[in-house]
Design a protein around this ligand. Structure first.
Ligand SMILES: *Cc1c(COP(=O)(O)O)cnc(C)c1O
Length: 423
């Protein structure tokens, strides 16, 4: 049965789209493993993990069971004045798995909200230290941290939404995007601009926020771990907090459980989301250290000022617990290193095509960067025709498949990209 596409087109907003001139949508009626079933009967191999989230694939019996069992106990209770086992279990796991020192957990409803929470923590911390002038943020260009106002203000100032909202979003400090590729020798000059910005402005800066190692939605760029290690040293030297936004990179995607591990650092504040629930539902977390938490709570407010209605939702926490158990049980290192090898074998040779600027692979992330933007409607239709779900943006055709993907699936995804380049 076909979905009601005309209602969809007339009444429903999709991400970053027009309601008067929307691109076509594809109706999915079921999803299982790494497959999406369209209402046309066509089955697609998923190359997106529903935006970094569905690491175990769809309709997983273990996750389904966790959700079902929790729903029979309680789907939700307020977190104000109440606690429950799923939240306690999840926060224990997060404290144990994340870099040492991140012991205090705030459960938020989405990635963007966890970034808002991180920025508020940084500001409240400096207030508690009687340094109220430290309320600016420092970040790099080509970053992406979410769509809410404070998160937007630290996204890339050009390809982000600054021009649309420039009267209402605060002005922060931006350094150039890291210019030191992941797999080339580190050139110390790439950190110089950041050091200068810190030197000149640290008295106003509360925190430096960055996506560790992989800049995701702002350009799919991979930078050198030494850059991140240097940022940790510089932020300590200039008394600026370091916020690592691991919403996209967390839970194994880059080949480490958390991308901060590439540099062996502990940030002051860490944001998690996306794959946290294995892609089942929205949940995010902001972790911080004892020092920051104690500071905030000794400050003027005496509390941290945030508390969403659905904070610590038991269904989401139960699925997150099951997803983390599955990740550890499934030997994610092997899954990710296999996918990396298959992506390298099939994607890196595509660099020879005239239209291609650069191909790169890290962990279970594969990127083909073209010289010019792709025509979205045509390329989407072409990929669906080929039996794959790949959603490019701008000049970037990229893959971040579920960890359960088999070699033949990765080959099929890469071959579809190759066919597009040939056509
Ligand atoms: C997706 C993403 C966000 C925003 O998360 P939402 O759940 O979409 O609000 C923030 N930071 C990074 C790095 C992301 O990839």
């Amino acid at each position: 049965m076909q979905l009601d596409y005309s209602f969809d087109r007339e009444h429903i907003w999709h991400p970053y789209t027009s309601l008067t001139n929307p691109l076509p949508t594809y109706g999915v009626i079921e999803a299982y493993q790494n497959r999406l079933l369209l209402d046309s009967g066509k089955e697609l191999v998923d190359g997106m993990s529903s935006w970094w989230a569905a690491v175990h694939g769809y309709n997983h019996p273990y996750l389904n069971d966790a959700l079902k069992r929790q729903s029979e106990k309680m789907s939700h209770v307020m977190f104000g004045g109440i606690t429950h086992q799923p939240a306690i279990d999840l926060c224990k796991k997060l404290v144990a798995l994340t870099p040492a020192g991140l012991d205090k957990v705030f459960l938020a409803d989405s990635g963007s909200v966890s970034v808002e929470v991180a920025l508020k923590m940084a500001i409240q911390y400096w207030q508690s230290q009687n340094q109220t002038q430290k309320h600016k943020m420092l970040t790099v260009k080509n970053g992406y941290h979410g769509d809410t106002f404070a998160a937007m203000s630290v996204c890339d100032p050009v390809n982000g939404m600054h021009t649309l909202f420039n009267q209402v979003i605060p002005n922060h400090f931006f350094a150039s995007a890291p210019s030191c590729p992941f797999d080339e020798p580190f050139n110390a000059s790439c950190i110089q601009e950041m050091e200068t910005l810190l030197q000149q402005n640290h008295q106003q800066i509360a925190a430096l926020i960055i996506e560790p190692i992989v800049q995701g939605a702002g350009g799919m760029r991979f930078y050198h771990p030494e850059y991140l290690r240097q940022l940790r040293l510089l932020t300590e030297k200039y008394e600026v907090l370091l916020i690592a936004d691991e919403i996209a990179t967390g839970f194994g995607r880059t080949g480490k459980l958390f991308a901060c591990e590439w540099a062996g650092i502990t940030p002051d504040i860490l944001c998690l989301g996306k794959a946290l629930t294995g892609g089942y539902m929205t949940l995010a977390a902001t972790l911080t250290t004892d020092k920051i938490a104690t500071g905030i709570c000794n400050g003027q407010a005496g509390v941290f000022m945030h508390g969403p209605t659905f904070m610590g939702n038991p269904l989401a926490c139960a699925v997150a617990n099951a997803s983390i158990e599955l990740l550890l049980e499934n030997n994610w290192q092997l899954q990710v290193s296999n996918i990396q090898a298959w992506l390298e074998a099939h994607l890196l040779p595509l660099a020879e095509f005239e239209k291609v600027n650069n191909c790169r692979v890290l962990g279970a992330i594969g990127v083909v960067e073209l010289k010019s933007s792709v025509p979205m409607e045509q390329i989407q239709a072409f990929f669906v025709e080929q039996g794959v779900w790949i959603r490019p943006f701008g000049k970037l055709i990229y893959l971040m498949p579920p960890f359960i993907s088999q070699q033949s699936d990765i080959t099929k995804l890469c071959n579809a990209i190759k066919s597009w380049l040939q056509g």
